[in-house]
Design a protein around this ligand. Structure first.
Ligand code: MN
Length: 417
């Protein structure tokens, strides 16, 4: 099995570029993801914060990075990690040492996290702004130790403004380096293997969760750390609910099954949707619907090149979708495409599945996006989405998921081998 990973150079370069952007009047505080309680003394499976990983490569909770740029180019990079505790190691295994942290991240100054506050007080002198980021999607949820630290700093250092780091970090993360593309490709290779196995095993009577179990097996067995997101395995009408993740129903003869899934490999996951006929053969009506979605998928991919924003691409996608769906009679007017295809054509993809990036930002080479047109006819129990992952290049684009079968004939052949 291949073992790819990002080198400390990758993380060092990212920090140097960030330091240059924020300048010597500012400092940045980037923290590891907090734990989330599942129930009682059980925690949810933990995953590192994507931005913290991007600048450190450290895959451990309770860590912080402080970046204090200097006008003479001698930037301070301070990493704070949990103190190695032999008592804790008896339960949880070996803890990260300072030497290992340096090796992974390239940061020479590694301290234990009890000295974070004092270090912040020290390095903020002569600086105006602290750049920091907290999750913006669920501001209503419980406050974490990170919120409390930032609010403590606001009270103690009222002259130090707190501003959003994402203003600088997102434009960096949105342009993938070649080694990041390699990891996404590795993930897509494993997703392809998983979906091909599913195709050969699929038959009426199986439960949706049995397909999910196969995906889980294939991901872990082939070196992924986990799923990239909760997989959707939706038979028949279930596929018309966009984020159906219960996966509890039985797959029926004559139905389609929609599978939207990703396996995360070294923090990067592809995001692929495929639709298969449960019994191995598409009906004529299913073929007509499937081919229409595939036509939108391909027509849109044919138009991708650098220089447009997502907003502009969504508009283009609406036109293509409206025309093709009206021609096939799914809608009577091309402008009504939203009645049968109610989500956008795709999203940015990277360390986060719905990756950072603004809808009005001009997309340049190195950006990876998903292309996932859908068609949802709930009265007929038909839900179809065909999702590929596409790298924008200097001249056009490269379909990173091109090896994963999507043609009707390919699918039927593989399912009836
Ligand atoms: Mn997607």
């Amino acid at each position: 099995m291949r073992q790819l990973s990002l080198s400390s150079d990758f993380f060092s370069r990212n920090r140097t570029a960030l330091a240059e952007k924020i300048g010597s009047d500012s400092l940045a505080l980037i923290q590891a993801a907090p734990h989330a309680i599942r129930n009682s003394d059980n925690l949810h499976q933990w995953r590192q914060d994507s931005t913290f990983f991007y600048y450190t490569g450290i895959d451990v909770p309770d860590c912080s990075l402080v970046l204090a740029p200097s006008s003479d180019g001698k930037n301070s990079e301070l990493l704070f990690i949990p103190m190695v505790d032999p008592e804790k190691e008896k339960w949880g295994g070996k803890m990260l040492t300072k030497e290992e942290a340096t090796q992974i991240s390239g940061i020479k100054a590694v301290h234990t996290n009890d000295s974070l506050r004092q270090a912040l007080f020290r390095v903020q002198k002569w600086r105006e702004t602290l750049y920091c980021d907290l999750d913006e999607f669920y501001p209503d949820l419980s406050l974490t130790p990170q919120h409390l630290l930032l609010s403590d700093l606001r009270q103690r250092l009222p002259g130090l403004q707190q501003k959003k780091l994402s203003f600088f970090s997102s434009p960096m993360r949105i342009r993938k380096h070649p080694e990041e593309i390699e990891l996404i490709k590795e993930s897509l290779g494993i997703i392809g293997t998983a979906l091909e196995t599913v195709m050969t095993k699929l038959r009426p009577g199986l439960m949706e969760y049995q397909i999910e179990a196969e995906l889980t097996f294939q991901y872990l067995y082939n070196g992924c750390e986990r799923h990239g997101f909760d997989p959707i395995v939706a038979g028949g009408k279930n596929a018309t609910a966009l984020h159906y993740i219960k996966n509890t129903d039985q797959l029926k003869d004559g139905d389609l099954v929609l599978i939207d899934t990703g396996g995360e490999y070294r923090m990067y996951s592809g995001d692929i949707t495929r639709v298969f006929p449960v019994n191995g053969r598409f009906s004529d009506r299913q073929k007509q619907c499937y081919q229409a979605v595939l036509d939108v998928n391909k027509a849109f991919i044919g138009e991708i090149k650098p220089g447009s924003s997502w907003n502009q691409l969504h508009e283009l996608a609406s036109q293509i979708t409206g025309e093709i769906y009206a021609k096939q009679g799914f809608i009577d007017n091309p402008n009504n495409h939203l009645t049968v295809s109610y989500h956008k054509i795709g999203h940015f993809l990277g360390l986060d599945i719905h990756d950072v990036g603004r809808p009005d930002e001009i997309i340049g080479p190195g950006t990876v996006i998903t292309v996932e047109p859908g068609l949802y006819l709930s009265e007929e129990g038909i839900g179809i989405r065909i999702e590929d992952n596409v790298l924008v290049t200097e001249t056009g684009c490269d379909v990173l998921s091109k090896e994963i079968p999507k043609e009707i004939e390919e699918i039927e052949t593989l399912m009836n081998k």
